[in-house]
Write a protein that binds this ligand. Sequence first.
Ligand code: ZN
Length: 686
Amino acid sequence: MRDKGLNKNRKFNIRFIPLCVIYAAACVFFFIKLINIQITGADRYVKTMSLSHEREVVVQSLRGEIYDRNGVPLVTNEYTENLQLDYASLPKGLKERNETLSQIINVLKENGREVITVMPVTGTYPHIKYDEEALKSQTAQNRMYRFLLYHNIRTGVNCLDFYEELLNDFGLVDSEGEHIYDSETEDKIVRLRYSLDATNFAADNPYVIAENIDLPLTTAVLESGCKGVSVKKEYKRKYNVPGVGSNIIGRIGKIPEEKMEEYLAKGYSYDGVTGLSGAEAAFEEILRGENGITVYVEDDYGNILESYVKKEPVPGKNVYLTIDINLQAQAEKLLEEQIKIIKADGIASGQQNRGEKADSGALTVTSVNTGQVLALASYPTYDLSTFSEDYETIVQNPAKPLFDRSISGTYQPGSTFKLATTIAALMSNTITPNTTINDTGHYTFYPDYQPWCWKRDGHGPVDLIDAIGVSCNYYFYETGRRTGIETLNKYCKQLGLGEYTGIELPEKKGILAGPEYKETMGKRWYSGDTLAAAIGQSDNSFTPLQLSSYIATAVNGGTRYKSTVLLKTCNYSGSDEEVNAPQILGTVDMDETCVDCVKRGMRRSKELTTTTKNYKFPIGSKTGTAQTSQTNNNAVFVAFAPYDAPEISISCVIENGSTGTLAAAPVLKTISFYYGLDNNGNPLKS
Ligand SMILES: [Zn+2]
């Protein structure tokens, strides 16, 4: 057997000689080829290394803080640590990436946390459906659209098909259709991977998977050795006087996706934040500072070779608002209390238009001699510190807490407008302070429009001060008619009625009734319209801030200051202070006699009104009742204090508040608080 085998082998040897030659030749060929490859390859490799690229990363500047006029911190910065996924070091291969993500998901789970995801799908596979509620947001829709495009999935795909396509795309099922992970982990991976692709996850746009993490979690993540995850220190806003002045302070948040390009051009990063409302938005340029830039030099594999600071970040400046936060808190509280009282009494009366529908309102306090806004209360309001948790309740509240009625709500001024008519009539020499008009109750000058005084049997002969005091409509029909709408409008504009107050927050312009406005509506102005306009009706509609600004302008002698909430700015160390000096928007053509008449008229009104007559501190005030529908009136009230040298002017509007006098209480109490008086306007006993 053995020999046979040997022979056989020898036979083979002989037969294989030519093959060996060929083999040797092949070896030589491949050896040369190999050397060739190695040399060329090395060459190419060196070239690649020399092509290492620089990646610029935006370093967030520290956002400026917000204080009130007395230096009370309203919004400060609080540091938090977030866990984020980094594009450069996260494995790219399907399986490797899934494995890494599942590790991270598990580390979080072991520490009682869930990864943050944004996929608009609810339920557990296969019992899933699109989250219609989530998809109502423009951002969620944009993300979905981007994702479908990126994954080449047709729009309108049903949810189950969509999900299964993702399982395939993300390599979560093998070629036999077997699932690789348990269903819970699989679902989290799908959602996380969706979130990455849908939010533009990239080298310059890391994805935050957990916010506000604690030390045990940080340690656990670092010890797990997971690739692609890092801890990033970030700051978040801390609201030091929660629930007060939220409408003025406003929110910050992620840059709205539809404005991303615009923001990127201004030096923001993808994951940057910006002011979204209130002072945070209005003073964005002051608060934001300048982002810095760190440059990372990386090879093609995303390994960081070196890094350097290209530009140091510059912190934003601190903003001091003109708001007195204690006064603001008081104004908000008093407004809310009064609205609740009106509503409760209205319901208890069992009658209509007794305030039973009062749910909202505004109260503003402005400085008469600077235009500085001291308080802007709007009810209902919300709490910035719990905004995210309360979001659903806030947006579902029919009274719209996010709507700042003090500057965005417009209301008929009612009889508070009669002071503007007074100024126009006096300054155009239409009347004198002594002009007496006999009010017979029914104004019958025009045949086609014959309105009544609110006192149907008439006030009899009244002079100007009494007419303001008793709020005689008849007197102002006649005065308005004689003055004429053009002259009336001229003075109203000077007083800032239907004009922007200039406040830095988003305000409404309001409407000044007159031919100009009627024309924009394609309508004609009739003579009779002037009668309604002169007593604050017709199209007249102003913001509460406009009303307090108008009273301030009238009683300070006719200087119309730009309304402002900005007192000053300074940098972190308190240096480089820039004070926002009062600005004059215009002056009213009015003399001392005229100012005096306005003040005396408002004092008379205060003395003749039940709710104000016993208030001891010297003030001027005027009520207004504006009919908004057959069964509803808004309560309007304006005041200034102190009488002799006015410092503050106040307005209050309570929607469906039934009658102007009902808006007086919170105004008087606000004055008392400001001047340290009791509710009757007497000095507090010390
Ligand atoms: Zn009258």
